[in-house]
Design a protein around this ligand. Sequence first.
Ligand SMILES: O=P(O)(O)OC[C@H]1O[C@H](O[C@H]2O[C@H](CO)[C@@H](O)[C@H](O)[C@H]2O)[C@H](O)[C@@H](O)[C@@H]1O
Length: 352
Amino acid sequence: MDLSNSSPVITDPVAISQQLLGGLPSNLMQFSVMPGGYSSSGMNVGVSRLKIEEVLVNGLLDAMKSSSPRRRLNVAFGEDNSSEEEDPAYSAWMAKCPSALASFKQIVASAQGKKIAVFLDYDGTLSPIVDDPDKAVMSPVMRAAVRNVAKYFPTAIVSGRSRNKVFEFVKLKELYYAGSHGMDIMASSANHEHSAEKVTKSLLQVVSGIEGATVENNKFCVSVHYRNVAEKDWKLVARLVNEVLEAFPRLKVTNGRMVLEVRPVIDWDKGKAVEFLLQSLGLNDSENVIPIYIGDDRTDEDAFKVLRQRNCGYGILVSQVPKETEAFYSLRDPSEVMEFLNFLVRWKKHSV
Ligand SMILES: O=P(O)(O)OC[C@H]1O[C@H](O[C@H]2O[C@H](CO)[C@@H](O)[C@H](O)[C@H]2O)[C@H](O)[C@@H](O)[C@@H]1O
């Protein structure tokens, strides 16, 4: 299948599902309800809708605090990285999760004669984290790097944002897009979309009095951002979100990078989205396909885990601080992601 000549922009979830799902095993098409609202990975901080208690609010609050680790700065994006090499904790962590740049030769050696498929998260991976989610633009050089990668490898973006929104940022028709943590490639989602609209309205109402709190409707998931909220108010945000969810038994909340992500209680995540895309795109041959998934967030861990379990391909975590991860390799920030993508293109050009 010549993916570079196909028409990959996923414009309608139902249509694409019908197009992609033809021939897929029926279990891939099922949504199943997870008891208690916890994600299958156990990495997310799932909050049961049934127990809106102090202890859970505090649990969520702890997760909110730990999602804002000390931030390093990024040279390529106009910031200063000078003290990076001196952090012993980071160096120790790198021994377990080595740099994908330093390990590039090993990565491509294992891909000789095989097909690489590239999966990319958006926020924090292709664009640096910024205070205003609407301003998380992708730099022209990063766009060029992603475009080049897509010329040589089937490439998909798997984002927590809605497909439309992430496409507005990326603007590349030659990619595949999975939005709402992969839910935005699925059919039968009308109910989830409706719930997202309703819960967005309620969340907007309750957080309207909290300075800095914003709500973003990602079609099937809804983000409540607290990056710009004073830390003293985080507990209030957690409490209000939990209270709203009491009226939405089919929704749960997980914690991302200073964002509470309200999503359907279904057995679907970025890992399942990657499996779905590999199968749909005819790339399910784990002997001959090496999927590379690059992401920075807890939700990306589901995809890293899938690659580990399949024993094929590599998860690459983008992080400037040591983190527990299922990824094999690491990159510090979006500028290193860009370098890695450029390396891949250069290697491919010279290996044909
Ligand atoms: O899966 P992703 O593409 O990484 O999407 C996850 C969330 O990303 C966005 O929020 C994050 O980036 C914002 C812009 O840099 C930042 O302000 C926010 O604090 C981060 O959590 C997006 O706005 C969310 O809706 C996504 O769920």
